[in-house]
Ligand binder design. Sequence first.
Ligand SMILES: NC(=O)c1ccc[n+]([C@@H]2O[C@H](COP(=O)([O-])OP(=O)(O)OC[C@H]3O[C@@H](n4cnc5c(N)ncnc54)[C@H](O)[C@@H]3O)[C@@H](O)[C@H]2O)c1
Length: 328
Amino acid sequence: MAISRGPTGLSRKDSSQEADFTLSSRVGQIGGDSDPLFALQAIGTRSSKCTNLNSAQTNDCAALTSPPESILIASSMSYSPLTPLDGRVAIVTGGARGIGLETARALKENGAKIVIVDINTEAGEKAAKDLDVNFVHADLTQSDAVRKLASNVKSTHGRIDIAFNNAGIAVNIPSEECSDDDWHKVININLNAVFYCCREFGKVMLEQGKGSIINTASMSGIISNTPQPQAAYNASKAGLIMLTKSLAGEWAKRGVRVNSISPGYIGTEMTKLGMTNPEWHADWLKFTPMGRVGETREVATAVVYLASDASSYFTGSNLVIDGGYTCW
Ligand SMILES: NC(=O)c1ccc[n+]([C@@H]2O[C@H](COP(=O)([O-])OP(=O)(O)OC[C@H]3O[C@@H](n4cnc5c(N)ncnc54)[C@H](O)[C@@H]3O)[C@@H](O)[C@H]2O)c1
């Protein structure tokens, strides 16, 4: 029995067999097999009542044998509160400050166990102390370091449920002056390191048969910013959006979801320079329909959503959080 999506919803592709449809819904244990599963089960075989019919009867029969409308909305899940992250182990890279730090706080408040990873030991240790979470120093551009990190987190905490691959840098250099080193520096952390993280954390999740990876891309992966030049950054983030989609397709059937977020201008150390440059800042606000930069908490909430089972049908998505910048 094959089910295909037509203009009016689900329909049966193969009419050689008749089937009854029932909806089964199951909610498992948090931290284990916990997705609400909505399984469409085709049961039974062609019955004599659907053969040799006139056209009205054929329509009735089609209604009987098509999935009921309720299949598209039925659920036994409670919506209040939305699924918590109790006991889930979350790695937050670049968690020493900015978007990573605020997201570590948000994931923790929703019940996750947090491991902050950063190249900045001083800021990372302070962040971990303030939040009462774990900190691991690592330069994520070193694939060996990422492999060890995955193995350490697994041996210490037993699993990896959530990976927020967020560490990144921006450089603003006119392209004709951008050296090989400048280019590689950006691509190494913004794209290569995220691939290492996805691969190593993803392996653990694939073994578990469950996990949620969220990569921090940027609106710069969709549009080219103005007025500041940042070709390497934009290219790295565009690559990251496609890496996310590629992994999502590969791993979807094995329980691992991979999504990206694309923030617009958010107030952090990374954007401080631009916000103190009157020409840049004026353009940033002019091209942002909401007329303001975003706050880190406005990104953190999106990550909590993508980390949780509330987003169980999201994979390969790129959630844009930009005050409307990419509308114009
Ligand atoms: N702030 C924005 O407006 C904005 C917009 C879109 C996307 N982003 C992205 O969000 C992410 C976080 O940015 P932010 O604004 O919080 O910046 P931030 O500079 O405050 O934080 C980045 C963190 O990444 C860490 N890091 C850098 N290189 C590393 C490495 N090799 N290994 C381990 N850690 C490393 C830094 O030490 C720092 O703590 C970045 O990927 C950035 O590109 C930011």
